[in-house]
Design a protein around this ligand. Structure first.
Ligand SMILES: *Cc1c(COP(=O)(O)O)cnc(C)c1O
Length: 385
C-alpha cells in the first residue's frame, strides 16, 4: 500500500480512537466490504432507514441481499426505534444505523434490540463526522462504521470513504478482501479527481456551490468528470471497477483536512447554534433534539418548508446555497425505487420529509453574514412543524 494512504488510515484511526481503518475510493465500497465480511449474501436482509442515499442500498443489492426499510422519526430523521424490532426476521443479517444530517441515532435502544437478537449493527457516519451520543463519538458504537469524504460531506477528499472497526476478527477479513480484490483507480480517474480538487479549492464558496454542483452533475452524466455516481450506479448491478482503493491524491487531501477537522467541527456547531437563534428570532422552530444526550455535528441544517421546489428554484438566483436532499426515500430523485424494493407508502414519515426538507449550509466557508442572509431567504417561506 502506498504511504499517504497508510498514513491517512493511521491518522484517521487515531483521531477517532478505532483500532482498524480501511480507506477506499468511495464510502459505498467501504460499506460493501463490511457487509460482505459480516457474511451478508443471497437472501439475507439488511435493515436501514427508508430515508437514505441509493448508494447505501447498492452494496446490499450487489451482494444479492435484500434491503428492509424502516421509517424515520420526524425530528432527527433517524430510524424510528419503535418500528425496528418488528422488521427483524430470522434472515436479518445486519442493521445499519445512519446518523442523518449529523444527529446521532438512539444508539442505546438500537443496540439493546440488536444485542438481544444477536445482530451486528454498523453505523453510517457519512453525514455525522464528530457527532457524539452520550459523550461518545459516533462510529465507535457498532461492530463497524463507515464515513464518506465525497464533495457534499463534512470532510472531503473529493471522493473517498473509510471503514472503521475495533473488531479484530472483522478487521482481518476486510484486510484479506482488500488484499485479494481491491483494484487501483486508473491514472486518468486520479488525474481528473486531482484537477477537480484543485478547482474546488479555488472556486467553491456558498454562492457558487449550487451552480458548481449542477455543472458537476451535468458533466458527470456526459462522462467528463469523475463524479460521485455514474449513471450505471442507479442500477442494482455492480460495476466491474467498483472495488477501488483510495488513491494517494485523496489520502494527501484527507491528511490536510484531518489537521483542520477540530476547527471544522467547532465551526459547524457554532453556525448551527447561530441558525437556532436566528430562526427563533423569526418565530421559527429551531432544531429539536435531546441536548442532554446528543451533541450533533451537522453536515447541513435541515428545515421543513411548504414550498420546497419553489425555494430551491429561487435559491440559486439569490446566491443562497440550499440543499435538496434527501429528495426521495432513496436519494436522488432519479432512483428507480422499484428496483430497490421500495414501494411508495412504505415509510410515510420519510416520504413526507423528502417533500418538505431543504437544508442550509454550516460548512467552514459559511460566515455569520452568509448565515443571516440564508435565514432571511428561507424564512420568506412557510415552515412546516
Ligand atoms: C454520501 C452518502 C453515502 C455514500 O458515500 P460515497 O462516498 O459517495 O459512496 C452513503 N450514505 C450516506 C448517508 C451518504 O450521505
Amino acid at each position: 500500500m502506498n504511504k499517504p494512504v497508510h498514513n491517512f488510515q493511521k491518522s484517521f484511526g487515531e483521531f477517532f480512537d478505532v483500532a482498524h481503518t480501511f480507506a477506499f475510493w468511495k464510502a459505498r465500497v467501504a460499506l460493501y466490504a463490511i457487509l460482505k465480511m459480516l457474511g451478508a449474501g443471497k437472501g439475507d436482509e439488511v435493515i436501514l432507514p427508508g430515508y437514505t442515499c441509493v448508494m447505501d442500498v447498492n452494496p446490499i443489492k450487489y451482494l444479492r441481499a435484500n434491503p428492509v426499510y424502516v421509517d424515520i422519526e420526524p425530528k432527527t430523521f433517524n430510524i424510528d426505534v419503535s418500528l425496528l424490532e418488528e422488521k427483524i426476521t430470522e434472515k436479518t443479517k445486519v442493521i445499519i444505523a445512519q446518523h442523518t444530517y449529523g444527529y446521532p441515532c438512539d444508539m442505546d435502544s438500537i443496540l439493546e434490540i440488536a444485542n438481544r437478537k444477536g445482530i451486528p449493527v454498523i453505523e453510517d457516519c457519512c453525514l455525522a463526522i464528530g457527532s457524539k451520543y452520550k459523550g461518545k463519538t459516533v462510529g465507535t458504537f457498532g461492530k463497524a462504521a463507515y464515513f464518506s469524504f465525497q464533495w457534499n460531506k463534512p470532510f472531503t477528499t473529493g471522493l473517498g470513504g473509510i471503514a472503521v472497526t475495533s473488531d479484530d476478527d472483522l478487521s482481518g477479513k476486510i484486510k484479506q478482501l482488500c488484499k485479494e480484490q481491491l483494484i487501483q483507480a486508473s491514472k486518468k480517474e486520479v488525474f481528473m479527481l486531482a484537477m477537480q480538487l484543485a478547482l474546488y479549492r479555488m472556486f467553491i464558496y456558498p454562492g457558487t456551490t449550487a451552480f458548481a454542483q449542477s455543472a458537476f452533475r451535468y458533466l458527470t452524466k456526459k462522462g467528463l468528470v469523475v463524479g460521485s455516481s455514474g449513471t450505471c450506479e442507479y442500477q442494482p448491478e455492480m460495476p466491474g471497477d467498483f472495488l477501488k482503493a483510495m488513491s494517494s491524491v485523496q489520502a494527501c487531501s484527507g491528511l490536510r483536512q484531518l489537521k483542520k477537522l477540530k476547527e471544522n467541527i467547532s465551526h459547524r456547531k457554532k453556525i448551527a447554534k447561530l441558525y437556532d437563534v436566528l430562526l427563533t428570532e423569526k418565530g421559527w422552530m429551531p432544531r429539536d433534539y435531546d441536548t442532554s444526550i446528543m451533541d450533533p455535528v451537522m453536515v447541513r441544517y435541515p428545515v421543513r418548508i411548504k414550498e420546497k421546489n419553489l425555494a430551491l428554484e429561487k435559491a440559486a438566483g439569490a446566491g443562497i446555497e440550499l440543499g435538496s436532499w434527501f429528495e426521495c426515500p432513496l436519494h436522488p430523485i432519479e432512483t428507480p425505487l422499484g428496483l430497490y424494493d421500495y414501494k411508495l407508502g412504505m415509510c410515510p414519515e420519510a416520504e413526507k420529509a423528502a417533500k418538505e426538507v431543504v437544508n442550509i449550509p454550516v460548512h467552514p466557508r459559511v460566515s455569520e453574514k452568509t448565515a443571516r442572509k440564508t435565514v432571511e431567504f428561507i424564512t420568506r417561506y412557510t415552515q412546516v412543524p
